[in-house]
Design a protein around this ligand. Structure first.
Ligand code: DGY
Length: 323
């Protein structure tokens, strides 16, 4: 039997690429740069499977205009808002993702941002490297105490719960949760958490708010100017979910006006573009989408995508099918 012809759109950890080469007719995008709409549209006509990432925008246009050869998009990553799932469904293309394996590392980056922005670590590091540190003094770079503060978690799936675990057990934080469905009592009890009915209800209660809901049209600008206005004046916003969940212009304005105290962001609406007004806003810690970026996790994501792909071509249901 001929081996399925597959395209991996970005370079993956070596061990995973080796495994893919053993089992499939593997084609790599060796320049390792994002593929544009035309290249993706052509790939959909040329490959049995595509293994995309967040940098590939698989819009309806990519599926449209003639027969599609691709039968499965085995996404490398848990978030898949860059894939038009309705268009995939209509074209009969299966979509899988890679949940679980990146929850710990993404939660670690959420806590890194929360701690860094609360304790002004970014500002301090820049000051020291630029030779501006004049020595210890009682009023130097005073931040906000994290231990015992209240953390609001929007989206209480695997990553949200991994954040709650760190925050509650590591930092004695009180946890307030908003989730689109009712969270089981025993899950809430594990983290001493309470669930509220809406984002509007959660925001005024919290010293920190961390976003862990999916991206996509439904949650676009979930955190907008009005909701930023519902947050406490001294509160901090952390986003490791998707950039589009936050209205970046409104956030920059809220930071400048002192509506909230700071923001830690790992994701942006039009990556790798970061708007100037965010770059120059006070009290931000900004990271280049590092959530899952540990060696072990990036390998585990790859092997999970391989598992989904193999199952599909062996006629078994892929473990992480989302479409
Ligand atoms: C994820 O897994 O969703 C990461 O953000 C990379 O896409």
């Amino acid at each position: 039997m001929t081996r399925p012809k597959i395209l991996v759109t970005r370079r993956w950890p070596e061990a995973v690429e080796r495994k893919l080469a053993e089992d499939f007719d593997l084609h790599l995008n060796t320049p390792d740069t994002p593929l544009g709409e035309e290249a993706l549209r052509a790939a959909m006509r040329d490959y049995d499977a595509i293994l995309p990432t967040v940098t590939d925008r698989l819009s309806a246009a990519v599926f449209a205009g003639g027969a599609v050869r691709t039968k499965i998009l085995a996404n490398y990553g848990v978030g898949f808002s860059h894939i038009d799932t309705e268009a995939a469904r209509a074209a009969g293309v299966v979509v899988t993702n890679t949940p679980d394996v990146l929850s710990d590392c993404t939660a670690d980056i959420a806590m890194t941002l929360l701690l860094s922005v609360a304790r002004r670590a970014g500002e301090g590091e820049r000051e020291l490297r630029e030779g501006r540190w004049a020595g210890w003094r009682p009023t130097h770079l005073i931040g906000t105490k994290v231990t015992g503060a209240t953390l609001g978690i929007i989206g209480f799936g695997r990553i949200g719960q991994a954040v709650a675990q760190r925050a509650h057990f590591g930092f004695g934080m009180r946890i307030v949760v908003q989730n689109r469905s009712r969270v089981a009592e025993e899950t809430l009890a594990r983290y001493g958490a309470v669930q509220v009915g809406s984002v509007d209800e959660l925001l005024p209660l919290c010293d920190f708010v961390s976003l862990h809901c999916p991206g996509g049209a439904a949650n676009r600008h979930l955190i907008d100017a009005r909701r930023l206005g519902l947050m406490r004046k001294g509160a901090f916003l952390v986003n490791t979910a998707r950039g589009e969940v936050v209205d970046e212009t409104a956030l920059a304005a809220a930071l400048r006006a002192g509506t909230i105290a700071g923001a830690g962001l790992d994701v942006f609406d039009r990556e790798p573009h970061v708007p100037d007004d965010l770059l120059s806003a006070p009290n931000t810690v900004l990271l280049p989408h590092l959530g899952s970026a540990s060696r072990a996790t990036r390998e585990a994501m790859g092997f999970r995508a391989v598992e989904n792909l193999t199952a599909f071509f062996e006629g078994r249901p892929p473990r992480d099918r989302v479409v």
